[in-house]
Design a binder for this molecule. Structure first.
Ligand code: DP6
Length: 374
């Protein structure tokens, strides 16, 4: 007999960045972070978890290719979920004994892996939810976030839709380092995200390695973790509650800049943004200047791709302006008329045109969704 459950989990993009671990083995962060969950129609991982005595070992297939499951992170997730299932089986002897059976996971992303988007977040969130559903665990998303966090820090935020915080916690066992919903997607549904996928020649320093070096060497980092981020977490939560885009946008841009400043202050320095990323920043600045207020906000993770948040009401002044420059690029599904404002300068436009390989237009979305088996 084969037992099976499937789920999909979304990508999230932080507006206050997680960067730095206070405990690398439990994956506990030095600061809290806050993200927006993106719509699963554009970006999600679909995972089927199954278990059977007919399988020989634990296995994971991602987009058709076998992955190593012996790593500490995947093993930590398996171990915690199995132990919860074992407890259930112990309490109710009539349950099938699944905890000891080999697991088979099959995952697919609906976006190109090469795009370098936050696939570990959606990946581990989907893995944890699929196994939890397979085991019929009574765990809520916050409890599961503690497990997903051990797979990849940012994954704990992908267990919720909408606007999500990950509280750093203070306990040494990580019991209070959990994700929670700040507001559901329906609270502020007009939030849009325009992703500029930048064709990078090679992958830079991984976030896991990069953040360890930052914690060890950056002199800007302690102030960011101790003072800057805690104040921004409060201000950002309030901005979301009030649907105050100007504050939301200003903190988003400044926190991305602060994170990349600590990367540059790391020794040896880490560069995630490139000329194309900086051109995206200049374009956003030009758009905001023309609007006379903040209508668009850029943010960058551990790579050169730009994510630009804006509200639906600013669709034509933001997406329209970018489409004017990047009209021939893959990914535009609709024509967006650009209205008003100055044009972006020629050099900036040329840099974007040359360096952006595709765009993804999406919005705020829901958390993991269980997929019915047929
Ligand atoms: C820049 O979650 O990928 O995207 O916990 O080591 O797996 P690990 O790191 P990861 O780091 C994400 C860093 C970031 C910021 C963020 O998503 O908050």
């Amino acid at each position: 007999k084969i037992y099976r459950a499937s789920t999909t989990a979304p990508v999230n993009i932080a507006v206050i960045k997680y960067w730095g671990k206070r405990d690398p083995s439990l994956n506990l962060p030095t600061n809290s972070s806050l993200s927006v969950t993106l719509s699963q129609s554009d970006l999600r991982t679909h995972t089927t978890a199954s278990c059977s005595s007919s399988f020989s070992t634990d296995s994971l297939l991602l987009n058709g290719s076998p992955q190593d499951v012996s790593g500490g992170r995947t093993q930590a997730c398996f171990r915690e979920l199995r132990s919860l299932r074992a407890t259930l089986e112990h309490q109710d002897q009539s349950l099938p004994k699944l905890a000891l059976l080999p697991l088979k996971l099959v995952s697919e992303n609906n976006f190109p892996t090469a795009a370098g988007l936050a696939s570990s977040a959606a990946g581990f969130a989907a893995l944890v939810r699929a196994i939890s559903d397979l085991y019929e665990l009574p765990a809520n998303p916050t409890e599961l976030s503690k497990i997903a966090r051990q797979g990849s820090g940012s994954a704990c935020r992908s267990l919720f839709g909408g606007y999500v915080a990950w509280e750093k916690g203070t306990a040494s066992d990580g019991s209070d380092s959990v994700a929670y919903e700040v507001a559901p997607a329906s609270h502020w549904p007009s939030m849009r995200a325009l992703i500029l996928v930048v064709s990078a020649a090679k992958k830079g320093v991984s976030s896991t390695t990069g953040m360890q070096t930052t914690v060890k060497t950056s002199t800007l980092f302690p102030a960011r973790a101790a003072d800057v981020v805690p104040a921004r977490m409060r201000e950002m939560s309030y901005a979301i509650e009030k649907r105050d885009f100007e504050t939301f946008g200003r903190i988003t841009m400044r926190d991305s800049n602060s994170f990349h400043a600590t990367c540059l202050d790391t020794y040896p320095p880490i560069f995630y943004m490139n000329d194309v990323s900086r051109a995206a920043i200049r374009a956003v600045e030009a758009i905001n200047e023309a609007a006379g207020k903040i209508v668009a906000a850029y943010t960058f993770d551990a790579g050169p791709n730009a994510v630009i948040y804006y509200l639906q009401e600013s669709h034509s002044v933001v997406a329209g302006r970018f489409q004017e420059i990047l009209g021939g690029v893959e990914g535009w599904r609709e024509d967006v008329p650009a209205t008003g404002g100055e044009k972006v300068d020629e050099r900036t436009a040329a840099t974007l045109k040359e360096g952006v390989s595709r765009v993804i237009l999406t919005g705020v979305g829901e958390g993991p969704i269980r997929v019915q088996e047929h």
